[in-house]
Design a protein around this ligand. Structure first.
Ligand SMILES: [Ca+2]
Ligand SMILES: [Ca+2]
Length: 251
């Protein structure tokens, strides 16, 4: 969690954490291993990480434990995880790199992990190495992340932004189309749309809104045999999205 929101008088830096997991089947001996980039920390002799075990490092273990009651924090690192992204390297005392990963706060890295309350977790939790590409990370399933445990699979349905008209000419109006390509209906009431990552709650979809599965959302044009698909409007498309720069963006 490299850029958590401040809580009360506790600053963002003091609520950061770094979680290590042993995804192997044998205990790992971390004795002498050192973080040489990102933050500074050396594991003391005899430090072991059991198979499937987690280990949490924090910049301020006391502040973190107060925020996550019952959490066991292994130790405190020096420095802070850069809010704009940086390289984190864990190395053997003789110099060999154990792993090195560079994270970022820019796309394709998850925007929700950048001061919006979620942590950064690998999409594939079985990986033995932290992946280097932002597309292989996601925001944690729940706010606050999951220090000390596996992050649960996100319960958010796989709805996508499928089409949009951003530079309409009157009498047309701008619109955005959401599509549910999955086999189950997804309740999207209460979700937010935004075009500004600094304002993630810019437009709230009405309560109770359900996006049906693909079969009801799309259909083909049988008369022409064309593979073209037509859009079936849903009631929420009539909602107005705040668009302060709309005039300036029109051709
Ligand atoms: Ca930070
Ligand atoms: Ca976790």
């Amino acid at each position: 969690m490299y850029h958590p929101p401040a809580v009360g008088t506790t600053s963002s830096d003091h609520l950061e954490f770094l979680e290590l997991k042993n995804t192997g089947s044998t205990a790992l001996d971390l004795s002498g291993l050192t973080f040489t980039a990102g933050v500074r920390f050396t594991f003391s002799n005899g430090t072991k990480l059991a198979p499937g075990g987690f280990l949490i490092l924090a910049s301020n273990p006391g502040a973190l434990a107060a925020q996550y009651p019952g959490l066991s924090v292994h130790g405190a690192y020096l420095g802070a995880l850069n809010n704009g992204g940086e390289r984190i390297t864990l190395a053997h005392p003789l110099g060999a790199v154990i792993f090195s990963v560079s994270y970022d706060d820019e796309l394709p890295w998850p925007a929700l992990a950048d001061n919006l309350g979620f942590s950064l977790v690998p999409r594939d939790p079985t990986l033995s190495q932290a992946p280097e590409s932002g597309t292989r990370w996601r925001a944690s399933a729940l706010p606050g992340g999951s220090p000390g445990t596996d992050d649960p699979a996100p319960a958010v349905g796989g709805v996508v932004i499928n089409e949009l008209l951003a530079a309409s000419a009157p009498p047309q109006t701008d619109w955005i189309e959401l599509h549910n390509p999955t086999a189950v209906s997804v309740e999207i009431g209460g979700w937010f749309l935004t075009d500004d990552r600094a304002q993630p709650k810019k437009y709230r979809l009405p309560d109770g809104l359900v996006l049906a599965t693909r079969g009801r959302r799309w259909r083909r044009l049988p008369a022409t045999g064309s593979p073209r698909r037509v859009r079936q409007r849903s009631e929420f498309l009539g909602g107005e999205l705040p668009e302060p720069r709309r005039g300036a963006e029109r051709p």
